[in-house]
Design a protein around this ligand. Structure first.
Ligand code: BDR
Ligand code: CA
Length: 309
């Protein structure tokens, strides 16, 4: 089996946590680093959450490097704690993790990992670290094998009518990341909203009897309540786990070649992503996710949860 070497740039976040669990449980992936960024909650909390998650799965060997505290425009606190809880992980009680953060910062860890072997960057938070990476180390664009981003929306945002959270939190960084020229796959809300789990899946996670299964169901409960108030149902959108799924099985998500631009101005449209589809762009370095078979995704997610003892 080909194993893909990945680093996950993340702002945990309950759906980020599920993505991390899926990644470490998948033999198709070798997770060689986790970098954190301010997003769903501030970077102190996202870094602590990354430590909690890797401690829970017994992966103290994976370095965790802290990244940006503020967006490129210098704005702190564009958070989503109303979705993920004040601590970012559904406000459960956690033991103090013994897994430490690396003395290296996120950008230097990303660059080092990119120069040490074929690397796929899976970016599931605001893109501030990636923008700093390409600005400080422009040659990384040719070093990296592929970048997979969860972000953007063709049709409707989830923070404003125009903007999806990860792009809205740092539109300038998204613009730099999307224009960098590296092989890029973007999974916007158009496709992540097709990837959902429900109460049966939460019951299944609990039934496994593992701490990962129980905590996943517990941390997703407030997320479910938020979804119910927001959308009127308890279908839980697995935005970030879908990005990991795409790397586990790149054939699982239908994609098309596009040109992409990000709106950084505008009174109402800041953070909007424009996927140019009016012409065919099959030779573009940018591919955008269009559709996914949710039953197949959930089947794999359930299967991987059985890996936790
Ligand atoms: C994205 O925003 C965050 O709240 C989620 O973790 C996900 O990365 C979805 O818009
Ligand atoms: Ca996220």
């Amino acid at each position: 089996m080909d194993v893909t070497r990945i680093v996950i740039d993340t702002d945990p976040g309950v759906d980020d946590a599920i993505a991390l669990f899926l990644a470490v449980a998948s033999p198709e992936l070798d997770v060689v680093g986790v970098t954190t960024v301010s997003g769903n909650v501030n970077v102190d909390k996202t870094t602590l959450n990354a430590r909690r998650i890797l401690e829970l799965v017994g992966r103290s060997d994976i370095p965790i490097a802290r990244g940006a505290a503020v967006s490129l425009s210098g704005v702190p606190g564009n958070d989503a704690s109303e979705v993920h809880g004040d601590d970012g992980l559904g406000e459960l009680t956690w033991p103090e993790p013994s897994v430490f953060e690396s003395p290296e910062n996120a950008v230097s860890l990303l660059y080092r990992l990119a120069t040490e072997g074929p690397l796929t960057i899976v970016a599931i938070g605001p893109l501030t670290n990636l923008a700093h990476l390409v600005t400080q180390y422009p040659d990384v664009v040719t070093e990296v094998e592929r970048v997979v981003v969860m972000g953007g929306a063709s049709y409707h945002g989830n923070v404003t009518p125009a903007a999806e959270f990860n792009v809205w939190a740092d539109p300038e960084a998204a613009a730099v990341t999307f224009a960098a020229g590296w092989p890029l796959t973007i999974l916007p809300l158009d496709v992540t909203h097709q990837a959902t789990i429900n109460d049966d899946d939460l019951a299944y996670f609990r039934s496994l009897g593992s701490e990962v299964g129980r905590r996943s169901a517990d941390m997703l409960e407030p997320y479910a309540q938020f979804h119910e108030e927001w959308r009127g149902d308890r279908d839980l959108i697995m935005h970030d786990a879908l990005a990991v799924y795409e790397v586990i099985d790149p054939t699982a998500i239908e994609k098309e070649g596009v040109l992409v631009t990000v709106e950084t101005g505008g009174d109402h449209s800041r953070g909007a992503t424009w996927f140019h589809r009016s012409h065919r762009h099959e030779d573009s370095n940018v591919r955008v996710g269009v559709s996914v078979d949710n039953e197949r995704f959930v089947r794999l997610l359930r299967e991987r949860y059985r890996m936790f003892g």
